[in-house]
Design a protein around this ligand. Structure first.
Ligand code: ADP
Length: 851
């Protein structure tokens, strides 16, 4: 429909009331229809109508409150726009509604409302686009001037827009093609105007008035655009200036601040270059750095690569290429440091001293890497620290637990965003010397992933033949690691990659006995905790029995870490008391309190558990030192966590105690068996590995083949133990996976107890692999296992005969407390496990009496 041609609208129009916006002739608008009247109009008029006329509606801006639209028809605005409904889109979600696309045709005014329901219909009079409108209009000249002015503004406005946008170019063409009279309406609906302003334009029926009203709107928009373009330009200028700083460095121009900035930057780079030239980096590194600094000089600062290159160069300068500490190794002093820092661990200390002695004589590090293997908290890290101390070297710990990306060791290539050097180079930067002691903690917990194998990267680091030219991906030049002393720690050798294990000398660090723990606590842990908490020995006293109580009833571990934590908790509690006391006490008297040696505050056996908190309420400070006894222990640490349960659990047949080795140290393990009617099935529970399952089958086979000899029968008296019988074997603490052959003897004993109905002695623990022929083969981890049995208060331990040599490692006082039975065959095991032996005759009598 050509905008300029005359049109004629029907004299009766259905009315659509719109809240959202005002439709002006010549523009198109999308409006949402959801009020009942408008919905009715759409349904019964637009969707049902068939002629073009039926799609012409009157759009009236609803100036009244939209919420009152539902019931009575509001006062209608007098003037509206006749419109062509171009499109109706219906939707049911979130509630039924239509979206209507309407194009304004011309103004009309309501003469009379004919009908209100279901939708309003009115008799209307068309106000513009009539035949006579284009022809005989008054004051042609004045209007011509106005319209010319309007046209100029309109062109100015459109030309300020981006002409490369097709819609803008089209608009520009429209300005020339459309009749001038149509322009005010069209431009008003394009530019930024409020509904109120649009309404005024709608009401401006006279063309002259309309031109006059729209010109200020156009001017306003032009001014707004100008302002916007100005701010944009200045921002772009800023950007450009930043980019321009570097290339224009040598050209003296621009403002003073720009100059200063340039200078500063330039100075920085020059400084960096100077540092590079004076640093002691290798020739190869120097070459790379000089090349990079040349690139840096040419690079605009805003480039992301600028920061990257700069960081790289700064790291290169910071790295200790040639800086080292002087070794002050003296074996006698080293022995004293090691002895002072650590109690017990004789074997470890001896090996470390040997290692250091060789270093002193040979003055080179080519040799195996020491790897301390043992449960947590046995002092592996702390020995590493002492070694650094004896050598006068810097110490740095690199935690490898869970590292699964080889770039963690070897760095990322610099092409990656956020690339960084690996942990080795980072460590060197941190310590600032090239000969530190690096403790590679938990090498057994390295993992593999898609990002490569970190163990393989470590191989290069640890190999003395290769590590003088270790190339980190980030540095991309070789760094000499041959002066670094590497020490590794692990909980188990089982999960250390074999190639890595091959490069290391494993030194086992077993767990501690109770006595050793008490000594460690009193010589090292308690003094350390006191210092940490600002306490003095005059303020707190922890007797040895209390320490033993903590060890046996509050911790169950091979090392001393939990013990250390518990001691820390006690110190904290005491610190509160002491601080409260100080607060209450007049300050000048403090010295006397400290010296009051003989006035100890005993929290005695019969004191109430609240005793410690009671002291806080006393007006006097607690008397020093505060003595920690069992009641205080319970107060601070809560009820004991572990009780001796051994004898309780061995009060029925079918239970035996085995000894297991885990990376966390030795443990005692109750093996339970029961039998029931069935078809000879064996059920095993408790997260077992394959080897353990095989041991169970071996044990059953051996017992079945020896059932007659030992007079073992199933419930119905048959020597075929599995005849009509199912067996269930359970290894408690089900969440922990158990594997290995060493439970063989325990399973045999447990089943022998089940089928004989006899109780296994409650103070016996055992370990050993079995064969089908009834031999007992040696197993590993004897020291840890024996210590676990000792911790649990067991008295007799059955071991494979060929493990006899391992007993030498066990401290004499532990050996004294225990009786060892060294068994070569299962007969001996069973004889030792049952009171009165398990010999054929004896067992027969016993067996009969039981039945
Ligand atoms: P690991 O590295 O074996 O897990 P740590 O070296 O971290 O154990 O030791 C834990 C804590 O126990 C440290 O505070 C350490 O000083 C202390 N510790 C362990 N063993 C001894 C010991 N034999 N003598 C003195 N302190 C010890």
């Amino acid at each position: 429909m050509a905008a300029g041609s005359a049109i004629q609208i029907p004299t009766r129009l259905p009315l659509l009331l719109t809240h959202e916006s005002v439709l002006l002739p010549g523009s198109t608008m999308r409006t949402s229809v959801d009020s009942p009247r408008n919905m009715q109009l759409v349904r019964s008029r637009l969707l049902k109508g068939t002629s073009l006329r039926s799609t012409i509606i009157g759009v009236i801006p609803n100036t009244s409150d939209p919420t009152s639209d539902c019931d009575d028809l509001p006062n209608l605005h007098r003037i509206g726009t006749a419109a062509l409904a171009v499109q109706v889109v219906g939707s049911n979600w979130p509630k039924p509604h239509y979206t209507l696309l309407v194009t304004g045709l011309c103004r009309f005014q309501i003469l009379q409302l004919l009908k209100e329901r279901p939708y309003p219909i009115a008799e209307v009079q068309q106000l513009d686009r009539l035949e006579q409108f284009t022809n005989g209009h008054k004051s042609e000249e004045e209007l011509g001037e106005l319209s010319e002015q309007f046209y100029k503004y309109a062109v100015q406005l459109v030309e300020m827009l981006d002409m490369s946008v097709p819609a803008v170019a089209k608009l520009r063409r429209l300005l020339d093609n459309l009749p001038r009279e149509a322009l005010p309406d069209i431009l008003t609906s394009i530019i930024r105007t409020t509904n109120q302003e649009k309404l005024q334009i709608l009401d401006a029926v006279r063309l002259e008035e309309r031109f006059k009203m729209t010109i200020p709107l156009l001017v306003r928009q032009i001014e707004g655009l100008k302002l916007l373009q100005k701010t944009r330009k200045s921002k772009q200028d800023d950007d450009k200036r930043v980019v321009a700083i570097r290339p224009n460095r040598r050209i003296a121009h621009g403002s003073i601040t720009e100059d200063e900035e340039e200078e500063e930057d330039h100075d920085d780079v020059v400084m960096l270059e100077k540092k590079i030239r004076t640093s002691s980096m290798s020739e190869q590194a120097l070459k790379v750095c000089l090349k990079e600094i040349k690139r840096l000089k040419k690079m605009p600062q805003s480039m992301p690569e600028y920061a990257l290159t700069r960081n790289y160069l700064e790291l290169m300068v910071e790295l200790p290429w040639n800086k080292s500490t002087k070794d002050r190794l003296e074996i006698r002093a080293a022995r004293i440091v090691l002895d002072n820092d650590h109690y017990a661990m004789e074997k470890l200390k001896k090996r470390v001293l040997e290692y250091l002695a060789v270093r002193q004589l040979k003055n080179n590090l080519k040799g195996p890497i020491l790897c301390f293997v043992g449960p947590p908290g046995v002092g592996k890290t702390s020995v590493g620290r002492s070694i650094a101390k004896t050598l006068g070297r810097e110490f740095h710990r690199i935690a490898l637990g869970g590292v699964c990306d080889q770039s963690d060791i070897r760095g990322h290539r610099r092409t990656y965003v956020g690339s960084m050097p690996g942990r080795i180079i980072n460590g060197l930067k941190t310590v600032g010397v090239n000969n530190p002691v690096f403790l590679l903690d938990e090498v057994d917990k390295l993992a593999k992933s898609l990002q490569g194998d970190p163990a393989a990267a470590l191989l290069e680091v640890l190999d003395p033949e290769q590590n003088h030219s270790f190339t980190d991906h980030y540095l991309n030049v070789a760094f000499d690691l041959s002066q670094v002393l590497f020490i590794a720690t692990a909980n188990t050798t089982a999960t250390i990659p074999p190639a890595l294990l091959d490069r290391m000398e494993v030194i086992q660090v077993p767990g501690y006995t109770q006595e050793e723990k008490i000594e460690i606590a009193h010589r090292h842990l308690i003094p350390k905790q006191l210092e940490l908490h600002g306490l003095t020995p005059q303020q707190i006293q922890i007797p040895q029995v209390t320490t033993l109580g903590i060890i046996t009833r509050y911790t169950r571990e091979a090392g001393v870490r939990a013990l250390d934590r518990k001691l820390g908790a006690i110190c904290r509690a005491v610190a509160v008391k002491v601080a409260e006391g100080q607060h209450k006490e007049a300050k000048p008297d403090r010295a006397e309190v400290g010296e009051g040696e003989d006035c100890k505050e005993h929290i005695t056996e019969d004191a109430k558990p609240e005793s410690i908190s009671d002291t806080a309420d006393l007006s006097l400070p607690p008397e020093m030192p505060i003595l920690i006894d069992f009641h205080a222990l319970k107060d601070i640490l809560g009820p004991p966590m572990y009780d001796m349960e051994v004898s309780e659990r061995l009060n029925q047949p079918g239970v035996a105690i085995g000894l297991a080795w885990t990376p966390l140290g030795g443990e005692i393990m109750f093996v339970e068996a029961s039998r029931m009617d069935g078809e000879g099935q064996l059920t095993l529970t408790g997260q077992l590995g394959d080897v353990m399952k095989e041991s169970a089958h071996l044990a059953i086979s051996w017992l079945r083949s020896n059932a007659k000899r030992y007079q073992l029968t199933n419930a119905s008296g048959s020597f075929d133990l599995l005849d009509n019988t199912d067996i269930h074997l359970h290894f408690p603490a089900g969440a922990v996976t158990k594997d290995g052959p060493s439970a063989g003897v325990t399973i045999v004993t447990c089943l022998a107890s089940l089928f004989s109905g006899r109780l296994v002695c409650s103070d016996v623990a055992m370990t050993g692999e079995i064969t089908l022929r009834g031999l007992v083969l040696p197993v590993g981890g004897i020291k840890d296992k024996v210590l676990a049995a000792h911790r649990a208060g067991l008295k007799r331990i059955i071991l494979p005969q060929r493990n006899e040599k391992d007993l030498e490692e066990i401290a004499a006082h532990v050996r004294q407390d225990l009786t060892f039975v060294l068994a070569a065959g299962l007969d001996e095991v069973l004889n030792a496990a049952f009171d009165g032996g398990f010999a054929v005759k004896a067992s027969l009598e016993h067996f009969n009496s039981k039945l």
